[in-house]
Design a protein around this ligand. Sequence first.
Ligand code: PAF
Length: 279
Amino acid sequence: VELIVTVPEMRAEMARVRAGGSGVAFVPTMGALHEGHLSLMRAARDAADVVAISIYVNPLQFSPREDLSSYPRNLGRDLELARAEGVDVAFAPSTEEMQPRGRTTTIGVGRLATVLEGAARPGHFDGVCTIVAQLFNIVMPDVAFFGQKDAQQTAVIERMVSDLHYDIVIYARPTVRAPDGLALSSRNAYLNADERARATVLFRALQAGAERWSSGADAAAAEEEMRAVVAGVDGVVLDYARAVDRDTFDAPRAGRAPLLVIAARIGGTRLIDNLAVEA
Ligand code: PAF
């Protein structure tokens, strides 16, 4: 895997790849790679001749109260894992490289970015969109891969790509889970053993909500079921448990199966998860 840290070098390398007739599949990450990221890289490997990833902990998507300084970073390990997956190029710029003039132009997609995760983390999705737009402009990939674990983020990026007419196909890949159901996330590293055990309640709540929905209940009953499961575990503070439309993240549309979404805080760690239910 070739490590590139400057924008001009990354542009030049991607231009060279395109000039040679190769397509580029791109996986943006914030590093602290886990099996979820690696599954995206494998899918990228199948999709194009050249796989590029980015490793950049993006300050724009963290609020001042969030975990920017403590976010796990280990570039050496990440590069090893990327190499083992056959990644060709890893772009790991500094903040100075990405934002040499500080925060100026900001991309926002409107309402979709202000509900649920957007409400809990004001400005978060503007920060995500701004950096992903920058990365798309630098890498200019043909396809890009995102995890379904961050379903609202993927919807926000799809909206941005559509609105700004990026010629990039966005793929969302399934959430990778630990054997006990916990969705893999870089933030799981913050959980102590006790918190890690409690964290399985998110997936259990989603499953219970999905079962309720499948047995003919409405969205409100599925939400109630999720809340009840979380209430049964001490030390888990529910942020939201909702059944939403999978495109707008507003109330589900009649006749269309919703996406169940959940966010909860366990100790100092905020975790999210989601599950698509069948119609
Ligand atoms: O999902 C992430 O890791 C980040 O939000 C992303 C898409 C790399 C943008 O910083």
